[in-house]
Design a protein around this ligand. Structure first.
Ligand code: PLP
Length: 393
């Protein structure tokens, strides 16, 4: 009963970090725990990116920069949108922040008033609801099950929009499911959104490059150029370039919105780390084939894991389109083990099989668990062996 703010009391700590902590505690106590809870690539940041950071230090790029990022990095982001997405932006429509999460926080702070509704398709990335609550907004979850590949339909979207809806999140490819919206699916969502001009669309493209579907990557800005003034693209270098610790994310959107987000940033963090900005510049402008090397590895692990999990009694999962996660339905395994929830089953798996997973409840999808395959194939094989033994016991 320490007298903290209502704001902070309204939210929960990140549940994915909580799992990592529990696994770390067991490890520290001498247990051989396999952590499949993490949300970061196991690869090291590519050498040329590290070299650019060292050069930035030596060149004295160690002072404040412009709040919204160095012009060179903003230009690299503009070039990236042109190159990868065929989208044209001006520097005043780009904001560099301290990670993708920070971009989202700036957006919610600058756009939402207390009581505004935020549409969040579930399974969702853990932070969307809590970050919405933090600014006094009301998260409204739209559920999408395995039978619809965890993606919402245009009908569901239309039914969920009210006059108070101010924002819709789209995350494709998705953390935690790995599935991506097709061009046609995005077009059908856009058709609904056209009728509701009060709704801003946030497309979280963090996993854009970690994709192996037949169709190339699309976001809603690419399929509905007429909605440009109502779309903000959120992305960053964390996942594609194995740069989670560097903390660089970016947003592209309408000028007045980006200016407001910049104002938020100017009164909170100021510029993101100068050195990291130079590193991110090297990442975006450098040899992009490094991404494909990592993606090939992720795809191989994905194929193994999805197949192996489907052979475990009580588990069911579908092939994803990308990311380094797969989301398994565990309803039958819960029933077989007498677990009352996915949280309880994940605890049993951690304690008995010594494998750390994140329960689906954390993503708004009870009856599931998320496997991260940001680890070696050998580690995955051992994790599967342990969980299979647990399930068959
Ligand atoms: N968006 C999604 C969907 C994510 O999975 C993550 C990280 O887990 C982020 C945004 C935030 O990325 P960053 O580490 O750059 O803050």
């Amino acid at each position: 009963n320490y007298p903290l703010s209502d704001r902070v009391n309204a939210i929960q700590p990140s549940p994915t970090l909580a799992v990592s902590q529990k696994a770390a505690e067991l490890k520290a106590a001498g247990h051989d725990v396999i952590g499949l809870g993490v949300g970061e690539p196991d690869f090291d940041t590519p050498e040329f990116i590290k070299t650019a950071a060292k050069a930035a230090i030596d060149a004295g790029h160690t002072k404040y920069t412009a709040v919204d990022g160095i012009p060179q990095l903003k230009q690299a982001v503009i070039n990236k949108f042109k190159r990868d997405n065929g989208l044209t932006y001006e520097p005043s429509e780009i904001l560099i922040s301290a990670g993708g999460k920070h971009s989202i926080f700036n957006l919610l702070s600058a756009w939402l008033n207390p009581g505004d509704e935020v549409l969040i398709p579930a399974p969702y990335w853990v932070s969307y609801p809590d970050m919405s609550l933090l600014v006094g907004a009301v998260p409204k979850v739209i559920h999408a099950g395995i039978e619809q590949r965890y993606k919402i339909t245009a009908e569901q979207l239309a039914a969920a929009i009210t006059p108070n809806t101010r924002l819709l999140f789209i995350n494709s490819p998705s953390n935690p499911t790995g599935t991506a919206y097709s061009k046609a699916e995005l077009e059908s969502l856009a058709a609904v959104l056209r009728e509701h001009p009060q709704v801003l669309i946030a497309t979280d493209d963090m996993y854009e490059h970690i994709l192996w579907s037949d169709e190339p990557f699309y976001n809603i800005a690419m399929v509905a150029p007429d909605l440009r003034d109502r779309i903000v693209i959120l992305s960053g270098v964390s996942k594609a370039y194995a740069m989670t610790g560097w903390r660089i994310g970016y947003a592209a959107g309408p000028k007045p919105l980006i200016a407001a987000m910049k104002k938020m940033q100017s009164q909170s963090t100021s510029n993101p780390t100068s050195i990291s900005q130079w590193a991110a510049l090297a990442a975006l402008e450098g040899d992009q084939s490094i991404i494909q090397t990592m993606v090939a590895e992720f795809k191989q692990r994905h194929d193994y894991l999805v197949d192996a999990l489907n052979q475990i009694p009580g588990m069911k999962c579908i092939a994803g389109d990308g990311t380094f996660y797969t989301f398994a339905n565990i309803d039958a395994l819960m029933a077989a083990k007498g677990a009352s929830s996915d949280v309880e089953l994940c605890e049993m798996i951690l304690n008995e099989a010594k494998v750390a997973l994140v329960p689906g409840t954390a993503f708004g999808a009870p009856g599931h668990c998320r496997f991260s395959f940001a680890c070696s194939l050998a580690t995955l094989q051992e994790a599967v062996r342990r969980i299979k033994a647990f399930a068959e016991a």
